[in-house]
Design a protein. Structure first.
Length: 249
């Protein structure tokens, strides 16, 4: 596989039907949040999906294994990261289903059309503009901070490619849950399904998974909390299911 790799990159097994992904050891790498979102999104057979801020392309790859005939338009603004995602797509032979666009998510509608997708998935930048420490490495900074695109602008970009009644699924820090809901509603996407994620049962939530419906009616369904770790520090049975492990072992 050396022909697919660049210096400083590594090849990781996604443990989904032999899918593999290229990542940089010294750059931003996908984490548990992307895996949780892929499980939460519930992609359906034959849907057209937009992945806003795809990074290494992990969401599109994981979701491609969950529903046949589904196609993806994955947007990533950083040229080197977009190139790595495109090579991962080619490595897995998924060029016919996943298109990686090196472009700002705010330009997505101009590239693929308005209201053309049934599902949008996104892992928006977590750090609010002007808040917290921003990594000096530009790839990590752009991946974690909304210094280049505010949350409101990000949600508006997602909504522009989403058809009426389409679903927007995202993962976000739990402390900014209300801010996320405000941004979604401003973009005419009504939050409908919510699940908070916490490390242990006694902890406060760190992440929240949210599904909204474009021009949907108000009405929020709060799912049981997802606990990721048991008392011994290992994955809970549900997390083992999400990661594709044998929960009966």
């Amino acid at each position: 596989m050396k022909e697919w790799m660049r210096p400083g990159e590594r090849l990781d097994d996604l443990q989904r039907g032999g899918l593999r992904i290229l990542q940089r050891a010294d750059g931003f790498r996908f984490g548990t949040d992307a895996v949780l979102l892929a499980d939460f999104a519930g992609v359906r057979r034959g849907e057209r999906v937009a992945d806003m801020g795809t990074g290494t392309g992990v969401l599109a790859l994981l979701l491609s294994a969950r529903a046949a005939e589904t196609t993806f338009d994955a947007f990533e603004i950083q040229p080197d990261v977009a190139d790595m995602a495109a090579r991962s797509v080619s490595l897995n032979g998924l060029q016919a289903r996943i298109r990686v666009h090196c472009a700002d998510c705010r330009d997505a509608a101009a590239i693929i059309g308005h209201e053309c997708c049934q599902l949008v998935v996104t892992n928006p930048p977590y750090t609010k503009q002007g808040a917290g420490l921003v990594s000096p490495a530009r790839t990590r900074a752009l991946s974690r901070s909304d210094s280049d695109c505010t949350l409101a602008a990000w949600m508006a970009a997602c909504a522009r490619v989403l058809q009426y009644g389409g679903r927007l699924c995202c993962v976000f820090p739990a402390p900014r849950f209300l801010e996320l809901c405000d941004a979604m509603r401003a973009a005419n996407v009504e939050p409908k399904r919510v699940r908070f994620v916490l490390a242990r049962a006694e902890n406060s939530p760190k992440l929240v998974l949210v599904e909204g419906v474009k021009r949907g009616r108000p009405g929020l369904h709060i799912l049981p909390m997802l606990v990721t770790r048991d008392a011994q520090g290992g994955f809970t049975p549900e997390m083992r299911r999400i990661y594709g492990e044998d929960v009966t072992a």
